[in-house]
Ligand binder design. Structure first.
Ligand code: DAH
Length: 323
């Protein structure tokens, strides 16, 4: 025979602990429902012997009455009890609002254009779809130069091209503006490179150009030194290494000392070639200046310790959230 007592005790404890209409209903179904504990016991009665039937039947009835009574009581007391006031603490900090932020490439461009703006350079823009004239000829790049090859430049069916360097903006600006001028031109450039950890078919450059009647190579050194120290910190060491570019003469590449990795090339620069002034309609005997061009991704990767250029273009929020 079933021992009613422990289950009855459990039911009374459950009843005392429960609160809320849902818990009340769950209790009713569990003990008093059609398939509840008490209904189950009642169903067993007919199969018992007459003596057992009397004894067990009486116990079940008494238990049922008791649970029903206490259930009604509990139900009433819960219904009349006022709901607990919701606790509100206005001194707790509110959840941090979601906010957007600049892409690391945009942020790097901002920082660099900011440095040059403070040196009196204005920020100018140029088209990404260009002519051979602005991308090559005006920059003294000969017709047979390798960079003109379709392996190195994207051409359109109409004979235009996607600019492969921001140097295009040099002659575009000089055609519109007489010296003295100081400009900085950030933007996208395109090259048919196979994409890997350090190459992309699209990347960003920042071009710089300063022209008047007295600017020299030493001004170039001074301006770049100052800008790179602003960007990478006062401890930074840089070196000017002779190089060749058709649009500057003399030309240099500038390297940054990067800890154990040695010298890293970060930009090209030089004294503007008189041929470029000619192409722009300037009188080369009346003006002189310097130009430089740097890769934005390269600088952003160095500053933030980013190992793979592809991170910039994949829109992975886990990467972008870190800046
Ligand atoms: N246009 C060059 C490149 O894409 C970079 C460059 C070098 C720009 C020297 C300049 C310069 O203005 O004077 O590799």
């Amino acid at each position: 025979m079933i021992d009613i007592q422990p289950i009855e005790d459990q039911a009374l404890r459950d009843l005392a602990a429960l609160s809320g209409a849902e818990a009340l209903e769950a209790f009713r179904i569990r003990y008093l429902g059609k398939k509840g504990v008490l209904a189950e016991w009642m169903a067993k009665i007919p199969s018992l012997s007459p003596e057992e039937r009397r004894e067990f039947g009486a116990a079940v009835n008494r238990c049922k009455k008791k649970i029903e009574e206490l259930f009604e009581e509990r139900k009433k007391s819960l219904e009349t009890q006022p709901a607990a006031p919701e606790h509100f603490d206005e001194t707790l900090p509110c959840p941090e609002p979601l906010s957007g932020r600049f892409h690391p490439i945009r942020e790097t461009i901002h920082e660099i254009t900011g440095i040059f703006s403070r040196l009196g350079f204005s920020v100018v823009d140029g088209p990404e779809i260009e002519t051979e004239f602005y991308n090559f000829s005006a920059l003294n790049i000969p017709l047979d130069h390798a960079s003109r090859d379709s392996f190195d430049t994207f051409y359109t069916a109409q004979g235009q091209l996607l600019r492969s360097q921001t140097s295009t903006v040099q002659v575009r600006l000089m055609q519109k503006q007489k010296p003295p001028l100081r400009m900085i031109a950030p933007g996208r450039v395109y090259r048919p490179d196979t994409v890997d950890a350090s190459h992309s078919f699209m990347f960003h450059q920042i071009e710089g150009l300063m022209v008047d009647d007295r600017t020299t190579f030493s001004d170039l050194k001074g301006v770049l030194h100052l800008a790179l120290r602003e960007l990478f910190g006062p401890e930074i060491k840089i070196r000017f290494r002779p190089h060749f570019f058709p649009f500057t003469e003399p030309s240099v590449e500038v390297d940054l000392r990067w800890g154990s990795r040695g010298w890293l090339e970060i930009l090209g620069a030089g004294v503007v070639n008189p041929k470029v002034f000619e192409a722009a309609g300037y009188d080369p005997s009346q003006c002189q200046g310097f130009a430089f061009g740097m890769g934005v991704e390269r600088i952003a990767m160095l500053r933030h310790g980013i190992q793979d250029i592809r991170h910039f273009y994949e829109n992975d929020i886990r990467f972008l959230k870190q800046f």
